[in-house]
Design a protein around this ligand. Structure first.
Ligand SMILES: *Cc1c(COP(=O)(O)O)cnc(C)c1O
Length: 370
């Protein structure tokens, strides 16, 4: 195997770029002696609320906790059905299942987001909520989803894990439904130096309930209103995220420029690159092509020192964890077809134009389109 010429991610490079600021965050938090909740977390919540236009932001341990608590505060519980998609990370379905609810899948559209024309046929008297996933940071068709939800009396809780900095008709991801979950995992655009998550909501009661629940249900140090959990964001992560919030737009801008460059350079029609509609601003947490002969393309790129990743090769309904739900291959032909073709290409903000040219040329060469 040749040396890596184009890495898929480069978190160390990010460290080197931000070294002085990151170490200043560490020093400041360690000096303060405030490691859990406190001023940095409060400030982060205020700033993220302002950035996204959400009325409230509650900082949590992970995006997964934000998904679960969003569903929980929306009233989803045992035996309820939640409509979602099989093209996502496993945590979407797990969050639903952990509340005793049942994920009900709807196939996706060409753009990998939920096909809104297929939602209504899945609604039953037990349906409680819709959880759209804004996959890669492209917002699902929220106009249609909110309309369906309103007509059927359903709650909308968004898996906006990848949507920090993503917009639909000028509105930020995670602010359409009753709650939205953002992930600050290191591989997202708005990333902590470990796990972290944010719940967005416009509902005062939900924000208050989640704030209480994330901190053991303690209204005061010695006064527990209800049993809670420990899902607090560490002050260190909050400090890093505050610093990175100012850089988020530039991170996304650089990723979007890289995507533009790919679009202009990849000539092979066998490698379909995601296109954006006028009203979408995709944050491009991932840049996922749909490529013929995917596995051989990936091997060809690997031989040329180019890293790529299959995101993901198994749609959620075909995982062993989903077996009890009773789905089978063939149930979601669009999602299953994509799973055989998806290949995420390196597009992160530290790449040079020359690296992207090299990847694009390699793709063209593989398909004989150079
Ligand atoms: C990352 C991600 C999650 C999980 O978020 P964590 O912060 O890792 O818990 C859930 N859903 C989607 C779509 C994600 O990309």
């Amino acid at each position: 195997m040749s040396d890596v010429k184009v890495p898929f991610v480069d978190l160390k490079q990010r460290y080197h770029e931000e070294k002085a600021e990151l170490l200043a965050c560490v020093e400041r938090v360690l000096e303060s002696g405030q490691f859990i909740l406190g001023a940095d977390v409060d400030e982060l919540e205020r700033r993220v609320a302002k950035f996204t236009g959400a009325k409230h932001c509650v900082a949590l341990n992970s995006g997964t906790d934000a998904l679960m608590l969003g569903l929980w505060t929306a009233g989803v519980g045992r035996g309820d059905e939640v409509i979602t998609t099989p093209i996502t990370f496993v945590a979407t379905s797990a969050a639903i299942a952990h509340l005793g609810a049942i994920p009900v899948y709807v196939d996706v559209d060409e753009d990998q987001n939920i096909d809104v024309t297929k939602i209504e046929q899945k609604i039953t008297p037990r349906t409680k909520a819709i959880m759209p996933v804004h996959w890669t940071g492209r917002i699902a068709d929220m106009g249609a989803i909110l309309d369906i939800a309103q007509r059927h009396g359903l709650k909308v809780v968004e898996d906006s894990a990848q949507s920090m900095g993503a917009y639909w008709h000028g509105k930020h991801g995670g602010t359409f439904g009753i709650a939205g979950a953002i992930s600050c995992h290191p591989l997202k655009n708005f990333n902590a130096v470990g796990d972290g998550g944010l719940l967005l909501t416009g509902d005062d009661g939900i924000a208050e309930k989640v704030r209480l629940y994330r901190n053991h249900g303690l209204a005061r140090r010695d006064y527990c209103v209800e049993w809670g959990i420990n899902s607090r964001l560490d002050a260190l992560h909050a400090a890093v995220l505050l610093m990175r919030l100012d850089r988020l737009s530039s991170v996304i801008e650089r990723r979007r420029r890289n995507v533009e460059l790919y679009r202009s350079l990849v000539k092979a029609p066998q490698c379909r690159l995601p296109q954006c509609k006028q009203h979408e601003i995709n944050s491009f947490v991932m840049f996922i092509s749909q490529s013929d002969d995917r596995d051989r393309l990936q091997a060809f790129l690997r031989d040329r020192g180019i890293e790529s990743l299959v995101y993901y090769g198994t749609p959620i309904h075909l995982h062993p964890a989903a077996a009890k739900l009773g789905y089978k291959r063939g149930d979601f032909p669009v999602a299953e077809g994509q799973a055989d073709r998806v290949l995420a290409l390196p597009h992160h903000q530290h790449l040079t134009g020359a690296q992207i040219e090299y990847v694009a040329q390699s793709i063209n060469q593989f398909y004989g389109a150079s």
